[in-house]
Design a protein. Sequence first.
Lengths: 169, 367
Amino acid sequence: MGRSTGGTGPEGFAEFVSARYPMLVRYGALLVGDQGRGEDLAQEALVKTYRAWRKLHPDGDPEAYTRRVMVRAAWRVRRRMWRREVPSAALPERSTGDPYDSRDTAQLVFAALRALPAQQRVVLVLRYWAGLSELEIAAQLGCSTGRSRAAPAGPWPRCGPRAAHSPTR
Amino acid sequence: MTQRVAALLDEAMSTLEPGNPDPVAAVLARGRAARRRTLGTGVLAVAVLIGAGVAVGTQVGEDEPPPLVSEVAEPPMPQQVGDTVVAGGLILPVPKGWRVARAGLVPGNCATGTMLDNTILIVAPGEGGCVFASIEVRGTKEVNPGGDLASGLPGRDDPIVASPRTYTVRGGEPAWLARGVDDEMNSPARPPGFRYYNTLLLPWSRVSVTFRVAGPDQQRIIDSMRTAPDRGTTRLVLPGTVTKANLTVPDATGRYQPSGYGKSTAPATVGAVLDLLRAQKSVVDNAHACASAGQRAARLTLYAAQPVAPSASPTGARSTLPALNPTTTVIISLGGGCQEAVSSDGGRVRLRDAAVNKLKRLFGIAG
């Protein structure tokens, strides 16, 4: 029984997804603090990229567009249904000396990310991992520059959210 | 500090691999599902007016025939790949400090007790394992799940076997655990030296994982697994002809009662069961599967009329495997907003309450 691919979409889309999917999933995992939900976020964003593909290919930047969709979705996470789900990646029952405990620093990092409010987490990732400036973060989120001046740990106003995503050329 | 935070984030994300092996298909399926939902908003009102429901899942075409059990895949040979054990679609990370051993290469014998603690033993199909290995991963021809005999049900010809706990392993492949991790037999409070035993079956991969650790450890090992299934997007794969069928349904508290068991050899009844299952077209793809261990599950066993012939090997040589036990198991996870039926031979569909109730009625089980 073969895997159903259900087609490959418009020209270039399958190649783009195949090449960039792992990186987008990792990026999504950082943005939401969980691999499973990060993959979900990446797929949802890719659906939007798929719909905008004619404007993005071959002259646009589909990855930048996808990342921006992901960032904005992660920023709005409180309004999304799946925000209600309780993260399950944290292992509640741990005994000392278990080999799985020491498996990665990754679990600790993701647990720390999950402990942050969604918007602080997004800003932290954009600033410290993506290395974006305040101006660039504001542009990603669709905020004014002044609003992005706050430190990642500080309170963040609501901004950017419902604006339609316009594909970047 | 900036560099330190960046390094930690880098390290964390570098450990991740996507769970979905076919992202293009998953994205396109998501897009189609979203489009259907949008259309469905309008259609729903009409559907309600005419008394029809709107099915959830991927509806396949009316003219597409339901799949049959036509051949049996060879069980896979588990292998160590880096710091994982790979068998069929299963990828099992090796805990740090553990080792992986081939069953045939284990020095001496297993009677030395603790030598296989913290060991994942990989076992070739047909080979014996070792009763002291903490985890065994083996390819298996047997894709019908184990389970406890339901006790306290006297006067029956056939033993009633409880349903396994249903899991959806990360990546989407279904798995059936013979006994719940919270079962008394898996309690970590058992005295030192207690020999734990449980099996997790991944029927589509034809892989069996034996656990000889306590329930919480079993759960964590299962949580660490991921799968890259090559099935799951079809309707239920079922035998062409069935001579006998039985159904076991736990009560609302999860207990098994005589009234929750039915069997039939009547051609009309067995045929109706097959027709009902074949009519289910709401296929659940790997990205949307949701069966979980917290759900009750019904067990449907179908005894095929003819032995199932083994397939040719990948090299083209005819297999020497004997014909298999012609049994197909369908496990139905019940309620919880996730009512899925999974066939041991492939295929997964979402079931409405009406279908489950009809199935129960066919076996004389009260709704």
